[in-house]
Ligand binder design. Structure first.
Ligand SMILES: Nc1ncnc2c1ncn2[C@@H]1O[C@H](COP(=O)(O)OP(=O)(O)O)[C@@H](O)[C@H]1O
Ligand SMILES: [Mg+2]
Length: 372
């Protein structure tokens, strides 16, 4: 999402609003995020160039930016305080750090109504768009586990639910049923098998929400966007350094985070692969995720959470598939499409992964049992 006009010109105006040290030197688009506009900014501090990350927050997607930034500040300040007590920790690298504006705000709102924020730049670490192998899967899952662990004692009140019912699978499923009935674009006939697949698995949509309502699954701080490219991996030793991209931190079950990690990290193909023959579920990557996650989270998870780990991958993959299929039926209103049938391809990829996870269900349970 390019900024209209001269972006660097706007950053020269935006960056000095924040308490960055040194004078603005330059800015360039940075990273491969799809949501916000991210810039690597440099300032000159006594002849030394200092890097920062400045982002224009996508307030089309995130409608409550003040609430979202309040969540991020609470989370990052808590992480920083916890890390300060760990002798070998480096708080500037192991958590995002929000740089306030000169008026003490966590974001700057410009004359166009755009919201901006600035973070300390995390040096010597990189995000990766693909899981390179089990070692990286292990590190990423462990990083999310540590993130949850360090936020266990975040004081009340709970974080704001900035995207209400984000992972409420029954609502997502009800939306699909509605889209099938409405069939607004006359597309239902072109995906009858996919609809049948989804409807035959409707019963599983209730599972985690029911367990939360029954009090079996605690609400914790969850990240809600646990893709591999939201973990900074150390350039030298490959360790997970820091979980970034905190726009969707909210209360939820940790199973949403683990499940989405399984969905995104265990597939051999892209989310929109058109050739289902290339889509396969990798049990070795699943095992690496379980191993890494439990190494960080084993000590605090309750039995019900561990008991649903393998299932959570299947459920979240199903949920996202349901959302893609719904959007296809609705006429591609939500997810951007780049070709006809794009959302249907995405739905089919997800459902193929669900099918393979079903086939592997027992093996997946055995993996969890081995590492718990
Ligand atoms: N504090 C930071 N230090 C270094 N790089 C960062 C930092 N924050 C973000 N990045 C880089 O910018 C990319 C996009 O940032 P992210 O917050 O994930 O935006 P999006 O929501 O668009 O995915 C990341 O994948 C990462 O490479
Ligand atoms: Mg990101």
């Amino acid at each position: 999402m390019a900024i209209p006009g001269n972006a660097c010109h706007r950053l020269a105006d935006v960056v000095p609003r924040f308490c960055v040290e040194g004078a603005f030197v330059d800015a360039r688009p940075y990273g491969s995020g799809h949501i916000n506009d991210t810039y690597l900014v440099r300032t000159d501090r006594a002849g030394r160039l200092v890097p920062w990350i400045t982002q224009r927050i996508n307030h089309g997607i995130f409608q409550d930016v003040p609430g979202l930034m309040e969540n991020i500040c609470r989370v990052t300040e808590h992480l920083r305080a916890g890390l300060a007590a760990v002798p070998a920790a480096d708080p500037d690298r192991e958590t995002l750090t929000v740089i306030p504006t000169r008026d003490g705000m966590p974001y700057h709102r410009d004359d166009n109504g755009d919201f901006w924020r600035t973070y300390i730049f995390i040096a010597g670490a990189t995000t990766h768009d693909q899981v390179a192998g089990p070692a990286m899967a292990y590190e990423a899952a462990k990083a999310f586990g540590s993130f949850q662990s360090r936020l266990r004692d975040l004081p009340d009140p709970p974080l704001r639910e900035t995207i209400p019912r984000f992972h409420h699978t029954p609502s997502r499923f009800a939306r699909l049923e509605h889209a099938i009935r409405a069939d607004a674009r006359n597309r239902a006939a072109s995906c009858a098998d996919d609809i049948a697949f989804a409807l035959s698995r409707g019963a599983m949509a209730e599972t985690l929400v029911a367990a939360i309502d029954a009090g079996d699954l605690p609400l914790r701080v969850t990240h809600n966007d646990t893709k591999i490219n939201n973990v900074m991996i150390d350039d030298r030793d490959g360790h997970g350094v820091c979980v970034i991209d905190l726009d969707t931190v909210m209360p939820g079950t940790v199973l949403y985070d683990f499940g989405d990690q399984v969905r995104t990290a265990t597939a051999t193909a892209a989310e929109d692969e058109g050739d289902l023959g290339r889509v396969s579920f990798r049990l070795d990557l699943f095992e690496a995720l379980v191993h890494g996650y439990l190494d960080a989270a084993r000590e605090f998870l309750v039995d019900a959470e561990i008991g649903f780990l393998a299932f959570s991958g299947r459920l979240i993959t199903f949920e996202i598939g349901v959302r893609f299929l719904t959007d296809y039926l609705d006429g591609d209103a939500y997810f951007k499409t780049h070709r006809p049938g794009h959302n249907l391809d995405r739905a089919r990829t997800q459902f193929e992964m669900v099918r393979q996870m079903e086939e592997n269900a027992e093996r997946m349970e055995q993996v969890v049992a081995r590492h718990r």
